[in-house]
Design a protein around this ligand. Structure first.
Ligand code: SF4
Length: 199
């Protein structure tokens, strides 16, 4: 079966998957306001890939996190709305992945996962402890500081078909380098490189 990839919606995926499973909402818990923490939830992930273009200038391990609650119309990865889709992602499995690609990567990108904030924060901490940069693609318009403070890059904004993704000049989505505050969208927008000839 041939595999095609797209960078529309908020993720980067093979497009030949089915979305037949029921959606399971996992409510965010956050870290603030409670002294008693429930055990961290494992998250599920799928399609680990090394990508060169999603984060400009970085060699990035991208992990698609299952269970997105946003249900953007036209989402190309609706098959991952089921939180049980894919394999378990926890500290142990992330360390295994990072060990496997030791020395090759400069960044780890999570496609989602902010709905399990405590678990995501623990995973981000592991990435940073290994000296790598962290990135999150979220369909939300904003994220709590408890998460952004642990990120080097963030993409914000839901998928809106009529506005397109980062390669669209009118997109609502924004990719930021949080170290500098720079919006990185200009790295993606298609430019008209044609030259008008005169006779
Ligand atoms: S944020 Fe929207 S486009 Fe991205 S995975 Fe969730 S539902 Fe799909």
């Amino acid at each position: 079966m041939s595999t095609f990839y797209h960078t529309t919606s908020c993720r980067y995926f093979p497009v030949d998957q089915n979305s037949k499973t029921a959606f399971k909402f996992i409510s965010p818990r956050g870290r603030l306001g409670s002294e008693q923490h429930a055990p961290l939830q494992d998250m599920n992930f799928s399609y680990p890939q090394i990508v060169m273009q999603e984060i400009p200038g970085e060699i990035t391990l991208a992990l698609s996190i299952s269970g997105c609650p946003l249900k953007c119309p036209g989402c190309h990865s609706a098959f991952t709305w089921d939180g049980n889709f894919g394999q378990k992602l926890n500290k142990s499995s992330l360390i295994q992945l990072l060990d496997k690609y030791e020395g090759l990567l400069s960044c780890v990108l999570f496609y989602g996962g902010e709905w399990e904030a405590d678990t995501l924060l623990d995973l981000l901490a592991i990435v940073r402890e290994r000296g790598m940069l962290t990135a999150l693609f979220s369909g939300l318009e904003s994220l709590p500081e408890s998460i952004t403070s642990q990120l080097d890059f963030v993409k914000l904004g839901p998928w809106k078909r009529e506005l397109g993704g980062l390669d669209s000049a009118i997109t609502n989505q924004r990719l930021y380098d949080l170290r500098s505050g720079e919006c990185l969208n200009h790295h993606f927008v298609k430019k008209d490189s044609s030259v008008e000839l005169t006779f």
